[in-house]
Design a protein. Sequence first.
Length: 489
Amino acid sequence: MNIETLLSTDTGKKLAESGATMQSGPNQQTLKGSVTLNGVGLHTGAHVTMTMKPANPGFGIRFQRIDLPEKPVVKADVDFVIDTSRGTTIEYNGARVSTIEHTLAALVGMGVDNILIELDGPEVPILDGSSKQFIEAIESVGILEQEAKRVVYSIDNNVHYYDPVKNVDMLAVPSNEYQVTTLIDFNSPVLGTQHATLKHILEFRDEIGPCRTFCFLHELEYLLDNNLIKGGDVSNAIVVVDKVVSDKELERLAKVFDKPKIEVKQEGILNNVQLHFPNEPARHKLLDVVGDLALVGYSIKAHIIASRPGHASNVEFARKIKQYIKRNRHLSDVPTYDPNQEAIYDINKIEKVLPHKYPFLLIDKIIELSDSHVVGVKNVTFNEHFFQGHFPNNPVMPGVLQIEALAQAGGILAMNTLPDPENYDTYFIKIDKARFKQKVVPGDTLILKLDLINPIRRGICEMRAVAYVGNKLVVEAELVAQLIRKDKK
């Protein structure tokens, strides 16, 4: 079924008319231990050691260039994509990492939410050109379920992207599962028109993960002639031969790839590479879509239909989906608190992360935490020290301390984005647009929620802060903080 057909059905029309929702999914997951892979970058040819490490709930997926001064970290987020010409490249604060899509696809396919990926080079190793070896590495150490719910956003209205120049059409339609369908057509007599479908993410490991990248022979020749594929090997890519190739050219390719002989099979594939599936190229395009859409930064429920996708279109589509979520997430912004819910950070862990101690530690637990938001709880009791002198006959929690409680929860959010939070302190440098809506009195449970307004840049963290008692908004403000290393104060 193509995009136009889906939209013309009654089901497609009904789904497109519904509203947006945010849901709690299964628990977040990380690795049980660290695992290391070695290989070369496809385009740079650089030998790279890559180590995948467990991370706290809400940390997300982040890459760290340990070969650079100060070991900068870059989040896997569409906001940091700088290039999509021959793969997907992100960069932040001097940390540039390229060809990340196969790793991201493996993490999504295996359900890994939080991970730090250390690299001693600029490019993720290409390995066999698929996600298979990343999946095997994850399986070798196992997956750990964490005490934090995964936030899943349902795409309840159609989100559409079209590139008239490249004739790329991409659509997200409502679905109860995360599903992906890809259609490719390169006007090639070898490939023909192909499509592939992922009906459930559990199918990714066996049906999509092993599918290797591919290119046409004329593209390979261009890359070789321009020294743009220094780490390439005919064993880590499917090379489609779309023209008659001379013996001289085959000899040149054999010499470049250090092979005794290169030949063309009857199926039009170079060097006797056996396809894992008849539609392996379409399945690999699906793999790339899954990897690039991980850059949205949120787990989503939608059926993604991608016609003739590529990295540039995938990234632009990811931007549209992220914008859609930001526009609609306010519809379910009021957090709920279940006292039976296991805390992500209890008071003992909070005390280890924040420098504050009694009587100035004003949060009791953290119940939600991602790389872009935090929800904390403050139980207001008559035993609070400040009630002795603040309206003792009519006790009201001072507004300045409500802001301070929000600030401390924001400190947890800011510190959680760092691989080494114990080496940093958070200092608030601006409070703006503070408004107090309702008084807070003993017996109230204050629910503190903060969302990043912008990605953290140069240690500056801008947050929208709100606090509720029940479903009533009691205070709101915009807070700006700065992360500063303890050894650089």
